[in-house]
Design a protein around this ligand. Structure first.
Ligand code: ZN
Length: 100
């Protein structure tokens, strides 16, 4: 028995070309990082992120209402924090100070 993740690239899992096209189209319509915008900053988004982690669920994966445009920093820093806390709104900025 092998895991569906093990040794497979995204394209082998079937997301590949379709996802690349979908994310490029999404970033064209939503070019700015939503979390930076919420803080009054303007940063070009680089990543299409899933607000609710899809964990391999195709319905969540392809639901564009579950997508958000993020810059690389927010994708790496805030999402890791969000997934741990299970909260949508980060309480602290990346510098460690409260954002409110
Ligand atoms: Zn950002």
């Amino acid at each position: 028995m092998t895991s569906w993740r093990k040794g497979k690239s995204t394209s082998e899992r079937g997301y590949g070309g379709r996802w690349q096209k979908a994310r490029i189209a999404y970033l064209r319509l939503n070019p700015l990082c939503v979390l930076c915008q919420a803080r009054g900053e303007v940063t070009l988004a680089q990543v299409v992120d899933h607000k609710t982690p899809h964990r391999g669920d195709p319905a969540l994966f392809w639901d564009s209402s579950n997508w958000q445009a993020l810059c690389a920093t927010h994708h790496n820093v805030d999402k890791a924090m969000l997934e741990k806390s299970g909260r949508i709104k980060p309480t602290f900025g990346i510098d460690g100070w409260p954002t409110t």
